[in-house]
Design a protein around this ligand. Structure first.
Ligand SMILES: [Zn+2]
Length: 97
């Protein structure tokens, strides 16, 4: 038994990085992740890199859709965000091997 010292591994860390940047993870995960990137160089640089990618993509999407926009276009914007997430996941997965 390792007791309550649950250390996050790199895979889990990579999975959570994009959610962490978007502030979508639980406080517990956040603490674990921050702990992990403090001592894991690889994940720390992964985090920095991902943050840059996310920031760049967020800038591209900064334009708010006007509310008289058709539902169709709003859906497309939402799908674009989903694609962004997939892109980040793939990006991180590829870096992992
Ligand atoms: Zn790591």
């Amino acid at each position: 038994m390792k007791g309550d010292e649950i250390e996050m591994d790199c895979n889990k860390c990579n999975e959570l990085i994009s959610d962490y940047i978007d502030e979508l993870i639980s406080q517990e995960d956040k603490v674990e992740l921050e702990k992990h990137i403090k001592f894991c160089r690889q994940c720390a640089s992964n985090y920095q890199l991902t943050k840059q990618v996310v920031n760049t993509l967020n800038k591209v999407e900064e334009v708010e859709p006007p509310h008289d926009l058709s539902a169709n276009i709003t859906t497309q914007i939402k799908q674009g965000k989903a694609r962004k997430r997939n892109f980040i996941k793939k990006f991180l997965t590829r870096k992992g091997d």
